[in-house]
Design a protein around this ligand. Structure first.
Ligand SMILES: NC(=O)C1=CN([C@@H]2O[C@H](COP(=O)(O)OP(=O)(O)OC[C@H]3O[C@@H](n4cnc5c(N)ncnc54)[C@H](O)[C@@H]3O)[C@@H](O)[C@H]2O)C=CC1
Ligand SMILES: O=C(O)[C@H]1O[C@H](OP(=O)(O)OP(=O)(O)OC[C@H]2O[C@@H](n3ccc(=O)[nH]c3=O)[C@H](O)[C@@H]2O)[C@H](O)[C@@H](O)[C@@H]1O
Length: 459
């Protein structure tokens, strides 16, 4: 029986391994982590992450061929294939701080693999890493190898949160990079056979190691660039009376552009887009390519601009002050169908409003009060959208949860201060209906209400 061990039971390691286990009953999959609470949660009825369909997949194979354990060394020693899916955040100190990827967790995982291994291993980079990381890992492993043969593969993950299970069941592609040697090709083939249990062969792409590593950073940079492009257009739409949804639809009809990922928003969030672009920028700089670095940096600058533009719009519309006013925040997660708040635009928007002395009251169906307290370091949580909006001067919609489309806005309006404002950072509400109720409505990238035109948002 092939044994797989995955180091890191996070948003990627957990769902990815659960899907491998459910699709490959003859493979034993153990997910290990140094965090005991995380492993305990994976072994309980309340999984540590919210992801539609995940519970069913885990229930189908946990205890059969899927296991979660803190006994990291034992399972690494026993495995044939080791996935490394640890976090690779942006460095906060020292050389490359604020840009370069922090590979501390990666390196310690690699050293531990070298320490405990007694048989040949295929080591798979699942985490998103800088190009050439495989070379560094190879050095760590082979310098400590005790005659063991290691093959390093790059197998980046392209799942998106909220649709992880769907994405893993039907990936657009699986990418595997390896050394172009007989041993390298054999290792690529072994991993390919795992995925071939459910992914059509033509969707499994094999490349050299560096192409696979770089493709992951490139994919995230291109995706984020589309959002910054449409968000840049949203500002121009507001200034000219064009409607960003109509513009997105019109350009998306061009089959070369395509319709996806063209929704204007208050800004992109999530743990990866910004981190991976910063990482790309740093690699460009290290390779003497400042023009390329600056090009990609602009994607982040527009994202920051979009978030501050939103805050300025809220404040300027409300007579240039939100001091002492209750502002309800509907949605705190970085996108719908997840409880993840890493780099959510809601943090920046809330901090901006708090900086202007607003009283914010936050409701999100999946984010816990504890998490919001950690993110904002204050107690601002409400259990219910109607409680959050009671007595408020304004409502800001920051996550596109479906339930926000179906709220009783008449009831909300009746319980708010007047004039009552809705600032829709995700274009989820029917602005015309809300205007009929009496709200003053701002929708990202849409023609402005007369009220808003008279109150320009200038920083
Ligand atoms: N979150 C996402 O949607 C995606 C993330 N990625 C990439 O995948 C990687 C992992 O991301 P997430 O799963 O979101 O991170 P995460 O923070 O949710 O999980 C990482 C886990 O690794 C564990 N860990 C760290 N060092 C360890 C060690 N030495 N031994 C055992 N466990 C250790 C941590 O305790 C943590 O539970 C990152 O490189 C990320 O860029 C790639 C695609 C999608
Ligand atoms: O490497 C990663 O971590 C992952 O990053 C993203 O996935 P994720 O961040 O989970 O979610 P997305 O659906 O990409 O959304 C990211 C952000 O962009 C925003 N967004 C997305 C699409 C859009 O049209 N407009 C828009 O503002 C979302 O609201 C969210 O804040 C990529 O889509 C995945 O392919 C990748 O694997």
């Amino acid at each position: 029986m092939v044994k797989i061990c995955c180091i890191g039971a996070g948003y990627v390691g957990g769902p990815t391994m659960a899907v491998i286990a459910v699709k490959c009953p003859a493979i034993e999959v153990v997910v290990v982590d140094i965090s005991k609470p995380r492993i305990d949660a994976w072994n309980s009825d309340k999984l540590p992450i919210y992801e539609p369909g995940l519970d069913e997949v885990v229930k189908a194979c946990r205890g059969r061929n899927l296991f979660f354990s803190t006994d990291v060394e034992k399972h690494v020693a026993e495995a044939d294939i080791i996935f490394v899916s640890v976090n690779t955040p942006t460095k906060t100190r020292g050389l490359g701080a604020g840009k370069a990827a922090d590979l501390t967790y990666w390196e310690s995982a690699a050293r531990m693999i070298a320490d405990v291994s007694k048989s040949d291993k295929i080591v798979v980079e699942k985490s998103t890493v800088p190009v050439k990381t495989a070379e560094a890992i190879e050095k760590i492993l082979t310098h400590n190898s005790k005659g063991i043969n290691y093959q390093i593969l790059s197998n980046p993950e392209f799942l998106a949160e909220g649709t992880a299970i769907e994405d893993l069941f039907k990936p657009d592609r699986v990418l595997i990079g390896g050394r172009e040697t007989p041993e390298g090709r054999k290792a690529v083939q072994a991993l390919k056979e795992v995925y071939a249990h459910w992914v059509p062969e033509e969707n499994i792409i094999t490349t050299n190691l560096w192409s696979a590593e770089l493709s992951k950073l490139a994919a995230n940079a291109f995706l984020a660039q589309r959002i910054s492009s449409v968000n840049a257009m949203s500002a121009l739409c507001e200034a000219t009376g064009a409607n960003v949804s109509e513009v997105s639809y019109a350009i998306g009809k061009d089959s070369r552009i395509g319709p996806k990922f063209l929704n204007a928003s208050v800004g992109f969030g999530g743990s990866c887009f910004q981190k991976d672009i910063l990482n790309l920028v740093y690699i460009c700089e290290c390779n003497g390519l400042p023009e390329v670095a600056n090009y990609w940096k602009q994607v982040i600058k527009i994202n920051d601009y979009q978030k501050s533009r939103f805050v300025n719009r809220v404040v300027s519309s409300m007579f240039n002050t939100v001091s002492g006013k209750k502002v309800a925040i509907l949605g705190f997660a970085f996108k719908k169908d997840t409880g993840d708040t890493r780099e959510t635009p809601a943090i920046d928007v809330c901090k901006g409003l708090l900086g202007d002395k607003a009283h914010v009251s936050i409701y999100d169906p999946e984010v816990t009060e504890d998490q919001i307290q950690r993110d904002l370091a204050m107690n601002k949580f409400d259990w219910d959208a109607y409680e959050a909006t009671k007595g408020a001067h304004a409502v800001c919609i920051l996550t596109e949860w479906n339930q926000f489309k179906e709220l009783d806005y008449q009831k909300i309006f009746d319980n708010m201060q007047k004039p009552a404002f809705v600032f829709d950072g995700r274009n989820v509400v029917d602005a015309e209906k809300l205007r009929e109720i009496g709200f003053i409505v701002y929708s990202i990238g849409k023609p402005l209400d007369g009220w808003l035109k008279d109150m320009p948002a200038i920083a």
